[in-house]
Design a protein around this ligand. Structure first.
Ligand code: NAI
Length: 256
Protein backbone atom coordinates (compact mmCIF):
# COMPACT_ATOMS: atom_id res chain seq x y z
CA UNK A 1 0.00 0.00 0.00
CA UNK A 2 1.16 3.52 -0.73
CA UNK A 3 1.55 5.87 2.24
CA UNK A 4 -0.12 9.16 1.41
CA UNK A 5 -0.18 12.30 3.53
CA UNK A 6 -3.13 14.65 2.98
CA UNK A 7 -3.46 18.00 4.72
CA UNK A 8 -6.94 19.43 5.24
CA UNK A 9 -8.14 15.83 5.46
CA UNK A 10 -11.06 16.57 7.80
CA UNK A 11 -13.23 18.43 5.28
CA UNK A 12 -14.09 19.11 1.68
CA UNK A 13 -11.57 18.14 -1.00
CA UNK A 14 -9.03 16.68 1.44
CA UNK A 15 -11.67 14.52 3.07
CA UNK A 16 -12.96 13.30 -0.27
CA UNK A 17 -9.43 12.51 -1.47
CA UNK A 18 -8.70 10.61 1.75
CA UNK A 19 -11.84 8.51 1.23
CA UNK A 20 -11.01 7.74 -2.40
CA UNK A 21 -7.43 6.77 -1.61
CA UNK A 22 -8.44 4.50 1.29
CA UNK A 23 -11.12 2.85 -0.84
CA UNK A 24 -8.35 1.89 -3.27
CA UNK A 25 -6.12 0.45 -0.56
CA UNK A 26 -3.76 3.31 0.18
CA UNK A 27 -2.83 4.24 3.72
CA UNK A 28 -3.57 7.88 4.46
CA UNK A 29 -2.21 10.03 7.25
CA UNK A 30 -4.47 13.04 7.46
CA UNK A 31 -3.33 16.35 8.89
CA UNK A 32 -5.86 18.90 10.09
CA UNK A 33 -6.69 21.14 13.01
CA UNK A 34 -8.90 18.37 14.38
CA UNK A 35 -10.44 15.01 13.37
CA UNK A 36 -7.25 13.75 11.73
CA UNK A 37 -4.41 11.32 12.47
CA UNK A 38 -2.11 14.31 12.94
CA UNK A 39 -3.69 17.37 14.52
CA UNK A 40 -1.61 20.48 13.90
CA UNK A 41 -1.98 24.12 12.91
CA UNK A 42 -0.30 24.56 9.53
CA UNK A 43 -0.73 28.31 9.91
CA UNK A 44 2.22 28.49 12.31
CA UNK A 45 5.88 27.46 12.01
CA UNK A 46 5.59 25.45 15.25
CA UNK A 47 2.49 23.63 14.04
CA UNK A 48 4.16 22.77 10.73
CA UNK A 49 7.22 21.42 12.53
CA UNK A 50 5.02 19.32 14.80
CA UNK A 51 3.12 18.00 11.78
CA UNK A 52 6.29 16.99 9.95
CA UNK A 53 7.72 15.29 13.06
CA UNK A 54 4.49 13.47 13.80
CA UNK A 55 4.14 12.27 10.19
CA UNK A 56 7.72 10.97 10.27
CA UNK A 57 6.82 9.03 13.43
CA UNK A 58 3.55 7.56 12.15
CA UNK A 59 4.91 6.60 8.70
CA UNK A 60 8.35 5.38 9.72
CA UNK A 61 9.90 8.10 7.58
CA UNK A 62 8.72 6.82 4.19
CA UNK A 63 5.97 8.74 2.38
CA UNK A 64 4.93 7.88 -1.18
CA UNK A 65 2.87 11.00 -1.79
CA UNK A 66 1.90 14.28 -0.16
CA UNK A 67 -1.11 16.41 -1.08
CA UNK A 68 -1.37 19.83 0.53
CA UNK A 69 -5.11 20.57 0.52
CA UNK A 70 -5.51 22.58 3.72
CA UNK A 71 -6.57 26.11 3.01
CA UNK A 72 -8.70 29.00 4.19
CA UNK A 73 -10.47 31.71 2.22
CA UNK A 74 -10.49 34.58 4.69
CA UNK A 75 -9.38 38.18 4.25
CA UNK A 76 -6.80 38.23 7.04
CA UNK A 77 -3.09 37.31 7.26
CA UNK A 78 -3.86 33.73 8.25
CA UNK A 79 -4.89 33.05 4.65
CA UNK A 80 -1.32 33.62 3.47
CA UNK A 81 0.13 31.71 6.43
CA UNK A 82 -1.99 28.60 5.79
CA UNK A 83 -2.40 28.59 2.01
CA UNK A 84 1.18 29.44 1.06
CA UNK A 85 3.52 28.65 3.95
CA UNK A 86 1.34 25.83 5.28
CA UNK A 87 1.60 24.10 1.91
CA UNK A 88 5.17 24.89 0.85
CA UNK A 89 6.74 24.30 4.26
CA UNK A 90 4.85 21.03 4.70
CA UNK A 91 6.14 19.79 1.34
CA UNK A 92 9.65 20.97 2.09
CA UNK A 93 9.55 19.29 5.50
CA UNK A 94 8.29 15.99 4.09
CA UNK A 95 10.70 15.92 1.14
CA UNK A 96 13.20 13.63 2.95
CA UNK A 97 10.38 11.13 3.59
CA UNK A 98 9.34 11.36 -0.07
CA UNK A 99 12.92 10.72 -1.15
CA UNK A 100 12.85 7.50 0.86
CA UNK A 101 9.99 6.18 -1.34
CA UNK A 102 10.44 4.49 -4.70
CA UNK A 103 7.89 6.49 -6.72
CA UNK A 104 7.33 9.71 -4.79
CA UNK A 105 4.77 12.31 -5.85
CA UNK A 106 3.55 15.64 -4.51
CA UNK A 107 0.68 18.01 -5.22
CA UNK A 108 -0.90 21.17 -3.91
CA UNK A 109 -4.34 22.69 -4.36
CA UNK A 110 -4.26 26.06 -6.08
CA UNK A 111 -7.30 27.96 -7.35
CA UNK A 112 -8.66 29.82 -10.34
CA UNK A 113 -8.43 32.75 -7.90
CA UNK A 114 -4.69 32.63 -8.46
CA UNK A 115 -5.37 34.36 -11.80
CA UNK A 116 -7.34 37.20 -10.20
CA UNK A 117 -6.10 40.62 -8.98
CA UNK A 118 -3.47 40.16 -6.30
CA UNK A 119 -0.77 41.91 -4.31
CA UNK A 120 2.76 41.65 -5.78
CA UNK A 121 4.21 42.64 -2.39
CA UNK A 122 2.68 39.60 -0.73
CA UNK A 123 3.72 37.30 -3.57
CA UNK A 124 7.32 38.56 -3.61
CA UNK A 125 7.68 38.09 0.16
CA UNK A 126 6.22 34.58 -0.09
CA UNK A 127 8.60 33.60 -2.86
CA UNK A 128 11.51 35.02 -0.86
CA UNK A 129 10.45 32.61 1.90
CA UNK A 130 10.04 35.52 4.30
CA UNK A 131 6.89 34.74 6.28
CA UNK A 132 7.23 37.74 8.57
CA UNK A 133 7.38 40.11 5.60
CA UNK A 134 4.58 38.28 3.79
CA UNK A 135 2.25 38.51 6.77
CA UNK A 136 3.16 42.18 7.29
CA UNK A 137 2.39 42.87 3.61
CA UNK A 138 -0.89 40.96 3.97
CA UNK A 139 -1.84 43.04 7.02
CA UNK A 140 -1.09 46.25 5.11
CA UNK A 141 -3.20 45.15 2.16
CA UNK A 142 -6.06 44.15 4.48
CA UNK A 143 -5.86 47.50 6.31
CA UNK A 144 -6.27 49.24 2.95
CA UNK A 145 -9.60 47.42 2.65
CA UNK A 146 -8.24 45.02 0.01
CA UNK A 147 -8.37 41.88 2.11
CA UNK A 148 -10.06 40.08 -0.77
CA UNK A 149 -6.66 40.11 -2.54
CA UNK A 150 -5.07 37.88 0.10
CA UNK A 151 -6.55 34.61 -1.13
CA UNK A 152 -5.67 35.20 -4.82
CA UNK A 153 -2.18 36.31 -3.72
CA UNK A 154 -1.65 33.15 -1.66
CA UNK A 155 -2.69 30.92 -4.57
CA UNK A 156 -0.73 32.86 -7.22
CA UNK A 157 2.36 32.62 -5.00
CA UNK A 158 1.80 28.89 -4.59
CA UNK A 159 1.64 28.41 -8.37
CA UNK A 160 4.81 30.46 -8.86
CA UNK A 161 6.64 28.57 -6.11
CA UNK A 162 5.70 25.33 -7.84
CA UNK A 163 7.11 26.58 -11.15
CA UNK A 164 10.30 27.80 -9.51
CA UNK A 165 11.16 24.60 -7.64
CA UNK A 166 9.67 21.81 -9.76
CA UNK A 167 12.66 21.29 -12.06
CA UNK A 168 15.39 21.75 -9.46
CA UNK A 169 17.55 19.00 -7.96
CA UNK A 170 15.23 18.90 -4.94
CA UNK A 171 12.17 17.87 -6.94
CA UNK A 172 12.57 16.72 -10.57
CA UNK A 173 16.20 15.89 -9.87
CA UNK A 174 15.07 13.73 -6.96
CA UNK A 175 12.42 12.06 -9.12
CA UNK A 176 9.45 13.81 -7.50
CA UNK A 177 6.74 15.19 -9.82
CA UNK A 178 5.19 18.26 -8.18
CA UNK A 179 1.94 19.70 -9.51
CA UNK A 180 -1.14 21.71 -8.59
CA UNK A 181 -4.81 21.22 -9.23
CA UNK A 182 -6.61 24.56 -9.49
CA UNK A 183 -10.37 24.28 -9.01
CA UNK A 184 -13.06 26.77 -9.89
CA UNK A 185 -15.91 26.73 -7.37
CA UNK A 186 -16.25 23.42 -5.52
CA UNK A 187 -19.21 22.43 -3.36
CA UNK A 188 -17.53 22.14 0.05
CA UNK A 189 -17.99 23.69 3.49
CA UNK A 190 -15.53 26.42 2.39
CA UNK A 191 -17.66 27.67 -0.50
CA UNK A 192 -20.91 27.09 1.42
CA UNK A 193 -19.64 29.42 4.16
CA UNK A 194 -20.01 32.38 1.81
CA UNK A 195 -23.78 32.87 1.80
CA UNK A 196 -24.22 35.17 -1.15
CA UNK A 197 -27.03 37.49 -2.12
CA UNK A 198 -28.32 36.97 -5.69
CA UNK A 199 -26.32 40.04 -6.78
CA UNK A 200 -23.11 38.70 -5.18
CA UNK A 201 -23.81 35.34 -6.77
CA UNK A 202 -24.01 37.01 -10.18
CA UNK A 203 -20.65 38.77 -9.64
CA UNK A 204 -19.16 35.46 -8.53
CA UNK A 205 -20.50 33.60 -11.57
CA UNK A 206 -18.96 36.24 -13.83
CA UNK A 207 -15.62 36.08 -11.98
CA UNK A 208 -15.55 32.27 -12.17
CA UNK A 209 -17.56 31.21 -15.23
CA UNK A 210 -17.97 27.41 -15.33
CA UNK A 211 -19.67 26.55 -18.64
CA UNK A 212 -18.93 22.83 -18.32
CA UNK A 213 -21.67 21.79 -15.94
CA UNK A 214 -21.40 24.42 -13.22
CA UNK A 215 -19.82 24.09 -9.80
CA UNK A 216 -17.67 21.06 -9.10
CA UNK A 217 -18.04 18.26 -6.59
CA UNK A 218 -15.09 17.67 -4.27
CA UNK A 219 -14.72 14.14 -5.64
CA UNK A 220 -13.94 15.46 -9.11
CA UNK A 221 -11.03 17.50 -7.78
CA UNK A 222 -9.87 14.53 -5.70
CA UNK A 223 -9.83 12.28 -8.77
CA UNK A 224 -7.48 14.64 -10.62
CA UNK A 225 -5.20 14.83 -7.58
CA UNK A 226 -5.20 11.05 -7.34
CA UNK A 227 -3.87 10.69 -10.87
CA UNK A 228 -1.19 13.34 -10.39
CA UNK A 229 0.15 11.51 -7.32
CA UNK A 230 -0.18 8.03 -8.82
CA UNK A 231 2.77 6.00 -10.14
CA UNK A 232 1.15 6.42 -13.59
CA UNK A 233 2.16 10.06 -13.60
CA UNK A 234 5.83 9.84 -14.44
CA UNK A 235 6.07 12.82 -16.82
CA UNK A 236 3.81 15.64 -15.63
CA UNK A 237 5.51 18.13 -13.35
CA UNK A 238 5.31 21.84 -12.63
CA UNK A 239 1.79 22.08 -14.03
CA UNK A 240 -1.22 23.90 -12.69
CA UNK A 241 -4.07 21.71 -13.88
CA UNK A 242 -7.27 23.75 -13.97
CA UNK A 243 -10.13 21.47 -12.99
CA UNK A 244 -12.58 24.32 -13.18
CA UNK A 245 -15.41 23.61 -15.60
CA UNK A 246 -13.81 25.85 -18.22
CA UNK A 247 -13.28 28.93 -16.04
CA UNK A 248 -9.63 29.46 -16.93
CA UNK A 249 -10.27 28.78 -20.62
CA UNK A 250 -13.14 31.28 -20.61
CA UNK A 251 -11.20 33.97 -18.78
CA UNK A 252 -7.94 33.59 -20.71
CA UNK A 253 -9.52 33.04 -24.09
CA UNK A 254 -8.09 31.15 -27.06
CA UNK A 255 -4.45 32.21 -26.70
CA UNK A 256 -2.20 29.49 -25.32
P1 NAI B 1 -12.76 23.03 3.54
O1 NAI B 1 -12.91 24.23 4.41
O2 NAI B 1 -13.91 22.11 3.36
O3 NAI B 1 -11.51 22.16 4.03
C1 NAI B 1 -10.29 22.75 4.35
C2 NAI B 1 -9.64 21.98 5.48
O4 NAI B 1 -8.39 22.60 5.79
C3 NAI B 1 -10.48 21.99 6.78
O5 NAI B 1 -10.65 20.69 7.28
C4 NAI B 1 -9.67 22.85 7.70
O6 NAI B 1 -9.79 22.51 9.08
C5 NAI B 1 -8.25 22.63 7.19
N1 NAI B 1 -7.39 23.71 7.65
C6 NAI B 1 -7.66 25.04 7.57
N2 NAI B 1 -6.70 25.72 8.20
C7 NAI B 1 -5.82 24.82 8.70
C8 NAI B 1 -4.64 24.95 9.46
N3 NAI B 1 -4.19 26.13 9.89
N4 NAI B 1 -3.98 23.81 9.78
C9 NAI B 1 -4.45 22.59 9.40
N5 NAI B 1 -5.57 22.43 8.67
C10 NAI B 1 -6.25 23.53 8.34
O7 NAI B 1 -12.26 23.62 2.15
P2 NAI B 1 -12.11 22.95 0.69
O8 NAI B 1 -13.07 23.63 -0.17
O9 NAI B 1 -12.06 21.49 0.76
O10 NAI B 1 -10.66 23.51 0.30
C11 NAI B 1 -9.53 22.67 0.10
C12 NAI B 1 -8.54 23.42 -0.76
O11 NAI B 1 -9.16 23.71 -2.00
C13 NAI B 1 -8.10 24.75 -0.17
O12 NAI B 1 -6.72 24.92 -0.38
C14 NAI B 1 -8.90 25.76 -0.97
O13 NAI B 1 -8.26 27.00 -1.04
C15 NAI B 1 -8.96 25.07 -2.32
N6 NAI B 1 -10.03 25.55 -3.19
C16 NAI B 1 -11.36 25.42 -2.81
C17 NAI B 1 -12.35 25.90 -3.67
C18 NAI B 1 -13.80 25.81 -3.31
O14 NAI B 1 -14.63 26.39 -4.04
N7 NAI B 1 -14.19 25.10 -2.26
C19 NAI B 1 -12.01 26.52 -4.94
C20 NAI B 1 -10.62 26.59 -5.24
C21 NAI B 1 -9.67 26.11 -4.38
Amino acid sequence: ARQVVVSGAASGIGRELTGQLRARGDEVTGIDLRDAEVCADLGSPTGRREAVEEVARTTGGVVDAVVACAGVSGTTQGTVAVNYFGATELLRGLRPALMAASLPRAAVVGSISGTQPNSPDIIDACLAGDETAALAAAATVAERGEGRKLYPSSKAALARWLRSVCVTDEWAGAGIPLNAVAPGVVRTPMSAAHSLTPEQQKVMDEAVPMPLGGHSEAGTIAAALRWLISPENSQVTGQVLYVDGGAEATLRGPEV
